[in-house]
Each structure stands twice: as C-alpha cells, then as structure tokens.
Design a protein around this ligand. Structure first.
Ligand code: UD1
Length: 365
C-alpha cells in the first residue's frame, strides 16, 4: 500500500501532527512525515520533533523563509515532485500556515485526497495571511477535521458538504495532555528562578502587532506597566526579536529586571510555564486553546479570534492591542483571578484516535 503523507512546516503544526502520526503508526498505516522547512531554527523546529517523540522527517524540503509568494511557491514546486514520486493515497495538512495551503493545493490538483486537521476556524479578518490559508485549504479539502461546533457551522455556511466535515475535537490538546506530566520534570521554574503562579507568560508574533512601530511600542508599554505588579517572561519569536531591535525597543525591556525576554522555548518548557502562569498574554491562536484546556486566564492582544469557543466557554478575553485595554484586563485579573472557564467537549486527548478512524474509513484501508 502507498503511504499517507503527513505535512508539517511551522512550529504550530508539530503538536497537531505528532499525535496523529503516533496513532496511524500504531494502526500500521504507512505514513511519510514531510517537513517543508518553513521553520528551520533548532528552537523553532528540531526541539519539537525530539520532545514530541517524532522521528526525523522522512522528507525535508528545506524551503526556509521568504516572502509569502516565494515561500508558498517553493513549497509547491518541491512538494509536487514528492507527490509524483511517492503517489500518496492521501495528504494530511494541519492548521493555517503557508505550508498548509501550498501542499493542499498541490495534492488537490493531482487528485490526491486532502485531509485538513483543524478545519473551519474563521477570524473573518482577511488581513490575516492565516485566514486566507484557512479558507482556501478548506475549500479544496476532502476531509475536514474540526475542533469545535462553530467550525462546522462556518464550513456549512460556505457550502462545504456535511459528509466531509468531521467534528473530532482539538488534536493539540492530545499533545498537551500527553506531555503535561513530563513537562514538570524539566524544572523550568527553578532554572528561570521564578515562582509558580507569580509570573505573566507573554508571546507575540503576528505581523499586525509586531511589524508596526506604533503598535509594538504600545504593547511593550503595557507590559512595562504590568511588570510593576508581576514578572514578565517573554520568549520571543525570531520575527518579534528582529522588530524590537529595529524599532530600538530593547532598552525598555533590558533596563527592567522584571521584564525578561528569552529565546523561543521548547515544547516541554513552554507547557510547564503555561500550566503555572498567573496569566498568559498572547496573539497566538494555539495558546488561546491551550490556556482554556489548562484553566489559565488568557489575554489575547488581537481584535478578533478564529477560536470563539475559548472566549465563550474558556478562559480567553480578547482585548485588542491598545495599552489601555491590555492594562485594564490585567487589573481585572489581578482583582478577580480571571475567567475560570470550562473545557470544551472533545478536547479530551482522544482526537487523534477519532481522526485516524475517519481517515481509515474514508480510504477504506
Ligand atoms: C508562521 C505562520 C503563523 C504561525 C507562526 C508560528 C504563516 C503565514 N504564518 O508565521 O501562522 O502562527 O508561523 O510561529 O505561515 N524565522 C527564523 N527562524 C525560523 C523561522 C522563521 O528566524 O525557524 C524568522 C525569519 O526571519 C522569517 C520570520 O521569522 O522571515 C517569519 O517566519 P515565517 O515562517 O515567514 O512566518 P511566521 O511569522 O513564523
């Protein structure tokens, strides 16, 4: 039997594909793990393979960073060759990064069935490159694995047939639950000399927050104020580090002992930091979900979210990126302890099992 190709490209893909890789392997389904190389730094990529227990990719395209068009095009050219040679019985893509749409488009035009893990999420903000990737990938996918009922509704409204939509739950939570205990053994709190429950964990990398000097200055200003109450741990994405330096904002961080900027962290260290944070402040999509699963309050510095269930049921609050609003929500959390929330249905660590079951049924293998 030919293989199923599982595609990963950028950091948020790894924890979505790892549980499915394990599940398909355990059912003796032939799989090829393909890494496009969209993310390539040791701490943006390799460490996740090691910590999530994934083997070295079978195929590495090594495309690296470039403009959207160049990056997407390079992946497509290389991935088409792979597909022609390997003749996969299915291509599985995850999330909303450039690697997702690039590989889905190639497979679809070669009439290879495409599965999209984490389908149906919509921010309704076409200024986000990820929103374009989501809509287009869903439109050409044959099996759409959704994490929550809102995603099903979005897809149905767009005219996607109900038979191809499979509500399976949130696969990232499989990884989170699988690695939660192990993460404690890394002793990150001792290494960073911070106390559990007494720090704010911050990440941001969205172009809309970090590429504009005024906006980034406003956010750093808010964090500066928050650091008067609590230590800030800020593992910065390479794009963010670059922009902070370009706008000359490092001094504002460096002179403040309570505002600690770090290199991007591995999965286990990061999970342990999330589990014991007083609050997480972020523009990431995945963190909004992980904090909801962990019951940790999350302040999302965006105007919208493609993950509304984290606001309706979980611990997430969307505040935008103005200094005043970020500080206001922090003060609210300081006073009330923040939203407690509840864990959405099917965020139970069994999503990979359900997903693999659907794939096997679809392919009749
Ligand atoms: C990508 C995804 C975004 C996801 C994010 C997670 C798209 C459109 N965006 O954004 O949805 O939330 O990953 O991190 O696919 N760089 C490095 N080392 C790396 C990777 C990137 O230094 O290993 C730097 C490069 O300067 C690069 C920049 O980061 O130009 C941006 O990388 P890119 O892959 O284009 O997009 P992200 O901002 O990481």
């Amino acid at each position: 039997m030919n293989s199923i190709i599982l595609v990963v490209g950028a950091r948020p893909n790894f924890m979505k594909i790892a549980p499915l890789y394990d599940e398909l392997k355990s059912r003796e389904i032939p799989v090829i793990l393909l890494h496009t190389g969209q993310h390539y730094d040791e701490n943006m990529s390799k460490i996740f393979f090691d910590e999530l227990g994934m083997p070295k990719p079978d195929i590495y395209l090594g495309v690296g960073s470039a403009s959207h068009a160049k990056q997407t095009a390079k992946i497509m050219i290389d991935f088409e060759e792979v597909c022609l040679k390997q003749k996969p019985i299915m291509v599985v893509v995850a999330g909303d990064v450039n690697s997702t749409i690039a590989c889905a488009l190639v497979a679809s035009k070669l009439s290879i069935p495409v599965s999209h893990v984490e389908a149906g999420l919509r921010s309704f903000d076409m200024n986000m490159p990820e929103e374009i990737n989501r809509i287009l990938t869903d439109r050409i996918s044959d099996l759409l694995f959704t994490p929550s009922p809102d995603a099903d509704e979005n897809l149905l409204k767009e005219g996607i047939s109900a038979e191809s939509i499979k509500l399976v739950g949130n696969i990232m939570i499989d990884s989170l639950l699988n690695h939660s205990e192990k993460s404690e053994k890394r002793n990150i709190h001792e290494r960073f000399e911070i106390k559990r429950g007494e720090y704010a964990l911050v990440t941001m990398h969205r172009p809309s927050n970090v590429d504009d000097e005024g906006v980034l200055t406003e956010i750093i200003g808010a964090l500066d104020v928050i650091s008067e109450n609590i230590s800030i741990i800020f593992p910065a994405h390479p794009r963010t580090t670059k922009m902070i330096s370009e706008f000359g904002l490092e001094n504002r961080i460096n002179r403040n002992p309570n505002f600690v900027m770090k290199e991007p962290l591995g999965y286990l260290d990061f999970v342990a930091l999330m589990k014991h944070a007083k609050v997480v402040i972020t523009d990431s999509g995945g963190l909004q979900e992980e904090t909801t699963a962990l019951g940790i309050p999350c302040i999302t510095i965006r105007e919208n979210t493609e993950r509304p269930i984290t606001v309706e049921q979980g611990t997430n609050t969307i505040v935008g990126n103005s200094k005043e609003k970020i500080i206001k929500e922090w003060k609210n959390i300081l006073k009330t302890g923040g939203k407690k929330g509840r864990i959405p249905e099917m965020w139970d660590g069994k999503t990979a099992q359900r997903t693999a079951g659907e794939i096997i049924e679809y392919l009749n293998i």
